[in-house]
Design a protein around this ligand. Structure first.
Ligand code: ARG
Length: 460
């Protein structure tokens, strides 16, 4: 007979190749704390409901505590032949507490158990994502506050478009990260819902109290349908999506930092602590952290799609395919946590070069829109003003100078409505200072954004 916990009906023992192929202990041992917490809550509930005696419940709880200590001090005897974290823990528990250990699984299946563990695990990890993301948003807000008066070219199509303040540019990312936190918080409310009591798929005959277990575990509620509870992994998909969007934001910022630190731009210098060198070219200082983060973003997207594909087409309810749900999340989790923390650290160590940013303003006619707006204030329709400004750009370009360098006579030849007050309008600082409409790059708008962000950062 097979010596597996489920081996009653088996005559032969499992092939070693199958054991190696089907095990999940090599990665789901990561969920041990959630498995133990879930089992303790389940045991207590069994005791309160009179399904086991209160003494038995206490023995199980004490035994589970000992298992936790053994795992944490490294003496726990993990066994691959016991397949997964659930059976490893239950089997050791039974060695410790004796026969009563075999009562723990009453009214429960590994199908609802694994789903509970995974939900708790994701929720715990996502709370850490939110904490780290808030810290990053705080660094962004701090750096924005320090760089209110620094201007640089704002781009569309990676081409110079209009001048903006560095604060506005950094705050753009702060708002993205804030939405990431809000998205994670919203998702986490659906993740932290208990499936315990669904049992294998059809519910149970024991008078369980799923709501009490959920409350005990600090969860927001309980499942509604036992088949749904053990079959679906939408909670994990949502979490992977939240992580993917967040990584996408970080990756875009990485891309900009990579450009900005290129000597051709020279907008920033990354600290030595966050750069690496080349083994052949002595002068090199490479932005490898930003590049790896951009690369890891691809892997995080892959994890989302791998689980999407695993779930697709699965009939109800639990199928062993679902065991493949954990590695994608464990991998994305590590990526999101490390990336958020490193981005905050890297940003804090960044030196900005306002002089280089300012010098870049005079290349690319970033004040061409100002010229058009200037003519509009003189009464010219915008479309016409756009053409006049375009002709002025063409002239300045042919001479290799900026709009602000064209003599008044040349302007007036193109359009007599242009007066000498045009030079004030063409000033880059003025262009930024005038954009105080809601959400714009003007100083008052930046101030208001900072106030709103800081309010949010203060909330718990
Ligand atoms: N290791 C399994 C998993 O991660 C636990 C659930 C096993 N359930 C089963 N019916 N074989 O999905």
């Amino acid at each position: 007979m097979s010596d597996k916990p489920w081996g009653g009906r088996f005559k032969e023992s499992t092939s070693l190749a199958v054991e190696a192929y089907t095990e999940s202990i090599s990665f789901d041992s990561e969920l041990y704390a959630q498995d133990i917490a879930g089992s303790k809550a389940h045991a207590r509930m069994l005791g309160r409901q009179g399904i086991i005696t209160p003494e038995e419940a206490q023995q199980l709880v004490n035994g589970l505590e000992q298992v936790r200590e053994e795992i944490e001090n490294g003496s726990f005897p993990w066994k691959r032949e016991l397949e997964d974290v659930h059976m490893n823990i239950e089997s050791r528990l039974t060695q410790i507490v004796g026969e009563v250990g075999k009562k723990l699984h009453t009214g429960r299946s590994r199908n609802d158990q694994v789903c509970l563990d995974f939900r708790l695990y994701i929720s715990d990890q996502m709370r850490e994502w939110m904490r780290l993301a808030r810290e990053l948003a705080a660094v962004l807000a701090k750096k924005a506050g320090e760089n209110r008066t620094v201007l640089l070219p704002g781009c569309t199509h990676m081409q110079p478009a209009q001048p903006v303040s560095l604060a506005q540019h950094l705050l753009a990312y702060a708002w993205m990260i804030r939405r990431d936190v809000e998205r994670m918080a919203d998702c986490e409310r659906r993740v932290r819902v208990s499936p315990l009591g669904a049992a294998a798929l059809a519910g149970t005959t024991y008078p369980l109290d799923p709501a009490a277990v959920a409350e005990n575990l600090g969860m927001y509620g309980v499942f509604d349908n036992s088949m749904d509870a053990v079959a679906d992994r939408d909670f994990a998909l949502e979490a992977l999506f939240c992580g993917s969007v967040c990584m996408g934001h970080l990756s875009r910022f990485c891309e900009e930092l990579i450009w900005w630190s290129n000597p051709m731009f020279g907008f920033v210098t990354m600290s030595d602590r966050h750069s690496t060198g080349s083994s052949i070219m002595p002068q090199k200082k490479n932005p490898d952290v930003a590049e790896i983060m951009r690369g890891k973003t691809g892997r995080a997207y892959g994890n989302l799609f791998s689980l999407m594909t695993i779930v697709k087409g699965l009939p109800l309810t639990y199928n062993r395919d679902l065991q493949e749900d954990k590695q994608p999340f464990i991998d994305t989790d590590k990526t999101v946590r490390h990336s958020l923390a490193l981005m905050a650290e890297m940003l804090d160590g960044l030196t900005f070069h306002p002089d280089r940013m300012k010098a870049a303003l005079s290349r690319g006619f970033l004040n061409a829109t100002e010229l058009a707006d200037y003519l509009v204030t003189k009464g010219m329709p915008f479309r016409e003003a756009h053409r006049v400004s375009g002709r002025s750009v063409a002239l300045a370009e042919s001479r290799g100078v900026g709009l602000e360098d064209l003599p008044l006579a040349d302007f007036q030849e193109i359009c007599p409505m242009i007066g000498k007050d045009v030079y004030a309008a063409l000033d880059y600082e003025t262009a930024v200072a005038r954009r105080n409409a809601h959400g714009g790059t003007g100083p008052a708008s930046v101030e208001a954004q900072l106030a709103r962000l800081n309010d949010w950062l203060q909330q718990r």
